[in-house]
Design a protein around this ligand. Structure first.
Ligand SMILES: CC(=O)SCCNC(=O)CCNC(=O)[C@H](O)C(C)(C)COP(=O)(O)OP(=O)(O)OC[C@H]1O[C@@H](n2cnc3c(N)ncnc32)[C@H](O)[C@@H]1OP(=O)(O)O
Length: 388
């Protein structure tokens, strides 16, 4: 298998983009990444998306985006793994280039969640759970995560207000990210008084409904310096699954898919969690940030909330997370999120994060994208590519 590198990155701001559709957003991100990589052509385009058919009445995204990006004639397909669609798409691009099937591949994640019909997006998102036993019974993703958070508080004796540390960190970072949806800082008092959505999850525990697209250009490492002076080696991009329904898990507080995907990624990259300096975590809800930190090996079970309250998840801490605002602050256009995370990890490694967000001495940056309640997990580890 060939070594592969990321040579171009692109993103749109995450917003409620009422004036733009799926194609506009995806094409904007693709062209941004192609300009960054100084390319005019690619051999393949992989499009990550979860809900364009349901919410925008538009399927067949591979051909659509290739057409509007001026890439007709190439291989172009859509990849879907619920909220993990974007990183699953990256994985396909990486495999295609590693195998030698294509030389230049673009992976783009795009999602347009805003729509005019109240409740429709929530119902559509719920389809990523077990349709027969969870969604059918009225469980939205907020409700599923509320059950997990309630159980976590009960098992580990954690107070609801202690979760504030995740939101405060995410919004403080998002305040410096021009592409973030929320650029307002949050205080402990605001968190404590936020409106309840599904107890114990309040508005400030939740990622928002948002639109956006992000893209990366992948090519063999031995071509990379011809296109970029800061190429990044994809040290690992590993997928694992868990049961789709929570009630089939022996311990719902242990995300086996996260553990398995992270372990595979550490093994592939030849590193330990201690060597990861930046972790773009899938903080769709603050409880997911806590559980992901634990199952990825950054905290013992039941201790991630303490880790957050000790300041260890901030830029100055042991494991900075959500360094551009995360899903909570930057926003979570679901089928695009995994590539936003990789773009942000890339900016950290390239030393191009805004000054207030740049983490020092980043050797390895990790991004982890989750579909469903941890049912699909993709862990990507990047490092700087050394010139031979
Ligand atoms: C594996 C996975 O990733 S699963 C995750 C999939 N994603 C989800 O499930 C999305 C979860 N989030 C939601 O469903 C929604 O954002 C909710 C329910 C939390 C909030 O939605 P609503 O109550 O309809 O909020 P609404 O859109 O009316 O906004 C009301 C206000 O709150 C703000 N707001 C909305 N969502 C958020 C948020 N998550 N955080 C902070 N503020 C928010 C809005 O900007 C607006 O502010 P304004 O009054 O100053 O303009």
């Amino acid at each position: 298998m060939r070594d592969v590198a990321i040579v171009g990155i692109g993103q749109t701001p995450v917003r409620e983009h009422w004036d733009k559709g799926v194609r506009d957003l995806a094409v904007e991100a693709v062209l941004d990444a192609m300009a960054d990589a100084h390319i005019e052509r690619a051999d393949a385009l992989y499009v990550g998306n979860m809900l364009s058919g349901k919410l925008s009445g538009q399927e067949h995204l591979g051909a659509l985006i290739a057409d509007y990006a001026g890439l007709e004639g190439i291989e172009a397909v859509k990849v879907e793994a619920a909220c993990g669609s974007a990183a699953a798409t990256l994985r396909q691009a990486v495999l295609a280039v590693q195998s030698g099937a294509v030389n230049i591949a673009i992976a783009v994640g795009v999602e347009k969640l805003t729509e005019m019909t109240s409740g429709c997006t929530t119902n559509a998102l719920a389809m990523a759970s077990d349709g027969d036993y969870e969604a059918e019974m009225g469980l939205s993703f907020v409700a599923i995560n509320a059950l997990l958070m309630q159980r976590y508080m009960y098992e580990y004796g954690v107070d609801k207000d202690d979760f504030a540390a995740f939101t405060i960190n995410a919004h403080a970072n998002a305040a410096h990210n021009p592409n973030a949806m929320f650029r307002n800082r949050i205080t402990r008092e605001q968190y404590a008084n936020a409106k309840m959505i599904a107890s114990p999850i309040n508005l400030l525990d939740s990622s928002p409904i948002a639109d956006g697209a992000a893209a990366v250009v992948i090519m063999p490492a031995d071509m990379a310096f011809d296109f970029s002076d800061k190429p990044l080696r994809v040290a690992a991009c590993e997928v694992a699954t868990d049961t789709i329904a929570l009630d089939n898990r022996a311990n719902p507080l242990w995300l086996r898919g996260v553990e398995c995907s992270a372990r595979k990624a550490y093994r592939k990259a030849g590193i330990t969690p201690e060597q990861v300096r930046v972790f773009e975590v899938h903080d769709a809800f603050s409880i997911m940030a806590a559980l992901s930190l634990e199952a990825s090996g950054f905290a013992e079970p039941g201790t991630a909330v303490r880790l957050a309250n000790e300041g260890e998840i901030t830029r100055e801490g042991r494991i900075p997370i959500a360094t551009f605002g995360g899903l909570k602050g930057r926003g979570h256009p679901v089928g695009a999120t995994g590539i936003y995370q990789v773009v942000e990890a890339a900016l950290q490694l390239r030393g191009e994060a805004p000054e207030a967000l740049q983490v020092d001495d980043v050797e390895y940056a990790m991004a982890q994208n989750i579909g469903g309640s941890g049912a699909t997990v993709v862990t990507t580890i990047l490092e700087r590519l050394e010139r031979k």
